[in-house]
Design a protein around this ligand. Structure first.
Ligand code: ADP
Ligand code: MG
Length: 684
């Protein structure tokens, strides 16, 4: 690829008109990157038709419509007796004279609306229509345009999977600018590159939901290219490992530490933990570097297994780096590992982006000298100025949260070090071979003894009040509760309502309620999370969107409530549930579902009520994943493909795998590997 194109793909989204650093940060949270390329690989999940309707009575409750309306009068909102909020209402009429109400919560600025929507004027308005007291009502319309600007409302609006603080308008703006700039950047590009970006353009401007189905020509093409990139990376990596000239000398053991580890652990290891540890030790004794993935459900005890590997490495005098996806998780690992390392007599340290100045300097010196044998941290572990004396082992926790390039950036700090990846989300056996073809896999399929299975039940939304009454005494006797609310799906303005409304409601019942969501800055979020984890803080209930960390450990949390559980995918629900049941007390998970739950949604909830086994759930997940169903893929923990649908594209897996094995890895394949972040730098 030409440099000009690469530079464009790598451009930070903050430089796009109307974006800036704050929104770019939100893009980073939502789409997992902040470059033009990351945006291009994040495609719409559906199309919303906004064709024009003339008559409001033609629409049914819940439809999205676009309709010309004349403004008739304004009714100011505000707060009335006993804290009841009333929305500001704009009374309008459609062409037939039918009254249509537009209403806004959180907005009592009547002057503003008088100016923006003057009485007598016509506007074209688009949004979801609801029949409230028999009157067509639109709350927070998505678009309000003057009649001559009607074309600003897209007839077929691409709806992007979004997150907190990003509206569909922001997505559309970024997309439009990128694809306007693209043709010039493609000057002189070869046929395949053009074909690739043309396919991308088509899926970013879909005309119907069919264009976005896994079976659509363009999605299938992109899926194949994506798989080819991954399979080629696997082939390269396997060849490199097996290459005879690449053999290493095994580090000799200098100290005896493993017996000390066994003494330091306050419990008996499970059979599965012991087996996994033995597999790891056998790898470490070989003359080719270890590449092992440990899969085990949340709570199966992967941390101790990781520690055992680190201690084994420390016996040779070499170092281990444990990479965690967030500061909070790094902190939790450190808090657990440090006392054990102290007992064993090795130096354990933590390094995150928070370490500054002289503190950081000292930590770096200790790493460079080799004194620190185990360092836990975030991406700070592979910053440019971090040097290791002898990095022998890299451990990646929650490995799906990292790209191959990050994994390799850390490995590059050592001389072809061992790699141990940990994953809390089991992958169906039928898939793991193709997905992790370059890795050996250990499975921890056994929970520590005495762990009670989480009792899971489902509950209709209408009975939430009973639930609250039910958990009250439990909280009073010391239980901690996670209360998860989904984002209101794709809504333009009112992203936060679900979680905030629930927070307000629960505050009326409980003294100290915490709230975390993606629009808070990370520091604030971490502080609340820390407070919730702290036994003495008095904060016993935490209302959250799914930003609560994977793997966060709050042993006293015994109740997980998931509101609108039908909106989450199976794997995501299983992950969320795994945040309780980490202590010896009986834990509960309550899946609260809305009125309009689909039969499939109900089936998903039933699977969870029936089993706690991550592998069974993973198999079910694969079977039940409907066409075009993108629920929760982001949190599913399986490889985060952009275009590949695990169920629909199974034959593409085979095709791509064969193509990567049988053909020369050409420059086009390398370009693909670069674009899909498969550990290749362009030009390499
Ligand atoms: P995960 O696999 O989710 O990373 P952790 O390693 O955090 O799980 O372990 C969960 C909890 O179980 C920790 O508090 C850990 O100390 C404890 N644990 C791990 N192994 C055992 C065991 N064999 N017996 C009892 N408790 C254990
Ligand atoms: Mg863990």
């Amino acid at each position: 690829m030409k440099k000009e194109l690469i530079d464009f793909l790598n451009m930070d989204l903050q430089f796009i008109r109307g974006v800036g650093p704050v929104l770019a940060g939100r893009f980073n949270d939502v789409i997992g990157g902040r470059r033009v390329l990351d945006f291009m690989l994040h495609i719409p999940s559906s199309v919303r038709n906004r064709g024009i309707t003339e008559c409001a009575m033609d629409a049914t409750h819940g439809d999205t419509i676009t309709i010309p309306l004349q403004i008739k009068s304004h009714k100011p909102g505000g707060t009335f007796g006993r804290g009841r909020r009333r929305p500001t209402q704009i009374m309008c009429a459609d062409k037939t004279g039918q009254t249509v109400v537009i209403q806004f919560f959180n907005s009592s600025y009547l002057d503003y609306w008088l100016k923006k929507l003057p009485i007598g004027a016509w506007r074209i308005v688009s949004g979801k229509i609801e029949m409230i007291a028999n009157r067509p009502t639109m709350t927070h319309p998505d678009f309000i345009e003057e009649m001559q600007n009607a074309t600003k409302i897209p007839t077929n609006q691409a709806i992007y999977p979004s997150g907190e603080g990003l509206t569909q308008k922001t997505f559309a703006n970024v997309r439009d600018q990128i694809f306007v700039a693209l043709p010039e950047k493609l000057n002189g590009a070869d046929e395949q590159t053009r074909e690739f970006f043309d396919a991308l353009r088509r899926v970013h401007f879909p005309e119907s939901n069919d264009d976005l189905a896994p079976t659509s020509t363009y999605i299938a093409k992109l899926a194949y290219w994506e798989l080819l990139a991954h399979q080629a990376a696997i082939v390269i990596s396997r060849k490199k490992r097996e290459d005879k000239t690449n053999r290493r000398t095994v580090r000799p053991k200098k100290y005896d530490l493993i017996p000390k580890l066994r003494d330091a652990i306050p419990f008996e290891l499970t059979g599965a933990q012991n087996r996994t540890i033995n597999e790891i030790f056998a790898d470490m004794a070989k003359d080719i570097p270890m590449m092992r993935l440990v899969q085990g459900d949340v709570g199966s005890g992967k941390t101790i297994v990781a520690l055992a590997a680190a201690i084994k490495m420390a016996e040779t005098g070499a170092q281990t780096a444990l990479l965690a996806p967030t500061d909070t998780l790094a902190g939790q690992h450190f808090a657990k590992l440090k006392p054990l390392c102290d007992k064993i007599g090795i130096v354990c340290d933590i390094l995150t982006g928070r370490d500054k100045g002289s503190v950081r300097k000292e930590k770096l010196i200790s790493l460079r000298s080799g004194r620190t044998r185990l360092v836990v941290g975030t991406h700070a572990l592979f910053s440019d100025d971090v040097e290791y004396k002898d990095l022998g082992l890299v451990i990646i926790d929650e490995q799906h949260r990292f790209g191959v390039s990050q994994r390799e950036a850390l490995r590059a700090k050592g001389n072809n070090p061992d790699l141990l990846a940990l994953s809390a989300t089991p992958i169906p056996r039928t898939l793991s071979m193709t997905i992790y073809g370059d890795m050996d896999i250990s499975i921890i399929n056994e929970k520590p003894a005495g762990r009670l299975p989480i009792k899971t039940t489902k509950l209709p939304m209408a009975r939430v009040d009973n639930l609250v009454a039910h958990i009250k005494p439990q909280i009073e006797s010391g239980a901690k509760v996670f209360w998860v609310c989904p984002l209101v799906d794709e809504s333009e303005e009112s992203d936060m309502t679900a979680v905030e409304t629930r927070y307000e409601e629960l505050k009326k019942v409980f003294a100290n309620v915490g709230l975390v969501h993606g629009q808070m800055d990370k520091k604030q979020r971490d502080a609340v999370m820390q407070q919730f984890a702290d036994d003495n803080s008095g904060m016993n209930i935490l209302v959250a969107t799914t930003v609560i960390e994977v793997g966060i450990d709050v042993p006293r949390a015994t109740i997980m409530v998931i509101e609108n559980a039908e909106r989450f995918g199976l794997a995501a629900l299983h992950q969320l549930r795994g945040r309780v049941g980490r202590g010896s007390e009986q834990s509960f998970c309550v899946l609260v579902y809305g009125d309009n739950i689909s039969p499939d949604g109900l089936k998903r909830l039933n699977v969870l009520c029936e089993t706690d086994d991550g592998f069974v759930i993973a198999e079910q997940d694969l079977m039940m994943r409907g066409v075009g169903e993108l629920l929760g893929t982001r949190q599913s923990g399986w490889i985060q493909y952009h275009f590949v649908d695990y169920r629909e594209h199974r034959d593409l897996f085979k095709l791509a795998s064969r193509a990567a094995r049988d053909n020369e890895i050409d420059s086009w394949t390398r370009d693909l590997m670069y674009m899909f972040d498969c550990g290749v730098n362009v030009g390499a």
